[in-house]
Write a protein that binds this ligand. Structure first.
Ligand code: SF4
Length: 175
């Protein structure tokens, strides 16, 4: 592996297999022109909250839950085709490390990606790993906070002339 400031490549073993339900849903999403929502899949409480927020967002009009595993590692899947042709892809990362956003930046155009840091909206549980340490109701309420903030930022961005604003303002509005 290269030093921490360099990009690096990983090899992914190809497969000729496809997930039947992934193909069905991916094609439906293409037909319905839904915006794919992808979340961090971290195993910790931060990943869990991001995942729950993404699940909630996928229930909103115009959005659908995408499978990042297929998008990244099964490039000829319907899921990957859906993401490729989507105007926008929402990525809710678990924290400031943006593990998934950083991978996806190399697969999609900048103007396609709207990447969010879920932790930045609730700012707690930083000394906790296991999501079971937080009661389910509290996890869901925190995820709803994240969802509301993400939707608010998307709404603000759509009213703004700055199309890159939701990308946590790292590449555009602060410049
Ligand atoms: S973004 Fe944060 S929570 Fe998600 S996998 Fe990376 S380190 Fe874990």
């Amino acid at each position: 592996m290269k030093d921490q400031n360099s990009n690096y490549k990983i090899k992914v073993e190809a497969t000729s297999n496809h997930c039947p339900i992934g193909e069905k849903v991916g094609n439906q999403m293409i037909d319905q022109k839904q915006i794919p929502v992808i979340s961090c899949e971290g195993s910790c409480i931060r990943g869990e909250i991001a995942r729950q927020a993404a699940n909630m967002m996928a229930k909103e009009d115009g959005y659908g839950r995408a499978c990042h595993g297929e998008i990244i590692s099964v490039p000829d899947s319907a899921m990957a085709k859906w993401a490729n042709q989507a105007e926008k892809i929402v990525v809710i990362d678990g924290c400031f490390l943006h593990c998934h956003g950083r991978i996806l930046k190399n697969l999609f155009r900048n103007d396609q990606l709207a990447i969010f840091d879920a932790l930045s909206y609730y700012k707690k549980y930083t000394d906790i790993m296991d999501s079971d340490d937080i009661p389910e109701q509290e996890r869901l309420e925190t995820a709803k906070t994240v969802l509301d903030k993400v939707l608010e930022e998307i709404q603000e961005t759509s009213q703004s002339s700055c199309t890159e604003r939701v990308e946590t303002c790292s590449s555009c509005c602060t410049g």
